[in-house]
Design a protein. Structure first.
Length: 434
């Protein structure tokens, strides 16, 4: 899949296939074989070691983007370098291994990482749907072990989701085994570094902790929340909050995360034990002080829930204050509620929509429920509402009349233009005949 073309040094991507133009041999160590995939940061290539073809690597490249602002380029390079710095600190059997971090002579940045063969948890979910409780927990325990090690050296992942957890096949001679690997530290936070992204909500919306969605300062508990969401999805087949049908669904789902408690997983899968449900709900509590203090504590609670399925050790608080929504998130939430409200009132009675849509509608409509019933509206207010309705109707009639007049005028202009063209063509023909 390598691009066969040769281009000047000013080109960063092939103008035909739009793939990043990379050196055949990166850092004099890794020979590029083929493309694995591409994303917002660049692309990932399969490579092999020039001295040992059996040793393979996934080489991630950051390349320039045509027309990119200098500040955006600097920001992307900072994040790429931060990913390398985070991975250099990490040595754990359940974390993808970093081999090399290379800056080539044209300024492009390369990460050579352990090449993983095997499906991500998102692929497993797509193929199998909800998993048995014991299997779901067994897939999350290695993730928590990896995060415990990362947190001890000051690395917060910030983007734990099924896509970033891989069930890798390990080969040792004729033997094969599988091992969970946590990947993609592209938005990781390193303790001790200067905070350059304050106020930014970095991560994947459906898996972000409330304080992370708000853009507040974060700590290791955002990863606890992320694993809780992943486990919820493994047990039920869906994350607790799905993006609603709205012009900006990502912002709307962030509003849900900051204002709404997730539906208990047993409401979606009755086979989940009460003890396991309590552990999952505590990990995803909107109040981070209520969550597990460490990945090790979360791991111990999961194992205890499997051993004692009826022993509920935590109860969700009766009231959890909603977080203040950032302006952009609040606007998206209001727009989503305005879109969903008319559709509910105009359609006949139907089964309840999925939780995410219903929760958004309920939280956004909370202020309307606090109003008195229509029978209690004062007469003056009733007359004002009636007047507004009649005014709205008359405005609609005026709008239709105006549209009709505009259509007629356009038709007249069209016919005049057509006649003019015919006359001009006749004059041209007569002139040519002379």
């Amino acid at each position: 899949m390598a691009c066969p073309g040769n281009y000047p040094g000013a080109y960063s991507t092939c103008p035909r296939c739009q793939l990043p133009l990379v050196y055949p041999v990166v850092g004099k160590v890794w020979y590029i074989d083929s493309l694995i995939g591409r994303g917002g940061m660049g692309a990932v290539f399969l490579a092999h070691n020039v001295e040992d073809r059996r040793k393979r690597a996934a080489v991630k490249v950051l390349v320039s983007i045509a027309g990119e602002m200098k500040a955006d380029r600097t920001d992307r390079m900072t994040r790429f370098t931060r990913e390398a710095s985070a991975m250099r600190r990490l040595t754990h059997v359940n974390i993808v291994e970093l081999y090399d971090f290379v800056r080539e002579r044209d300024g492009s940045l390369y990460l050579a990482m352990e090449y993983l063969e095997g499906p991500s948890l998102s692929k497993i979910l797509k193929e199998r749907g909800p998993l048995p409780a014991a299997e779901a927990v067994s897939l999350c325990l290695p993730v928590l072990s990896a995060l415990e090690a990362a947190h001890k050296v000051g690395v917060i992942h910030r983007d734990i989701k099924p896509d970033n957890i891989v069930l890798s096949t390990q080969r040792d001679g004729n033997k094969e085994s599988t091992r969970i690997k946590v990947v993609d530290f592209g938005v990781a936070r390193l303790k001790g570094e200067s905070v350059t992204d304050a106020g930014q909500a970095l991560g994947t919306p459906a898996y972000m902790a409330p304080e992370q969605a708000q853009g507040n300062d974060i700590d290791e508990r955002v990863d606890i929340y992320g694993v809780g969401v992943v486990l919820y999805e493994l047990l039920t087949g869906q994350p607790p909050f799905l993006p609603p049908e709205a012009p900006n669904p990502n912002m709307a789902v962030l509003a849900l995360i900051m204002t709404t408690d997730p539906e208990p997983p047993r409401a979606r899968n009755a086979e989940i034990s009460p003890a396991l449900e309590a552990v999952v709900m505590r990990a995803m509590c909107r109040d981070r002080d209520q969550r597990y203090r460490s990945a090790a504590e979360f791991s111990a609670a999961l194992q205890a829930a499997l051993e004692r399925p009826d022993d509920v050790t935590w109860t969700r608080p009766a009231v959890t204050p909603a977080l203040v929504l950032p302006p952009a998130v609040a606007a998206a939430s209001q727009m989503a509620s305005q879109i969903s409200a008319p559709s509910r009132s105009s359609r006949p009675a139907m089964p309840a929509p999925p939780l995410s849509s219903r929760s958004l509608s309920q939280s956004a409509a909370g202020s309307s429920r606090s109003l008195p019933p229509s029978a209690a509206i004062p007469p003056a207010a009733s007359r004002a509402l009636a007047g507004a309705a009649s005014l709205s109707g008359s405005n609609a009639s005026l709008t239709k009349a105006g549209a009709s007049r505009t259509y007629k005028m356009l038709m007249v202009v069209f016919y005049l233009l057509l006649v003019s063209i015919l006359l001009i063509s006749l004059l041209v023909d007569r002139a040519s005949c002379r």
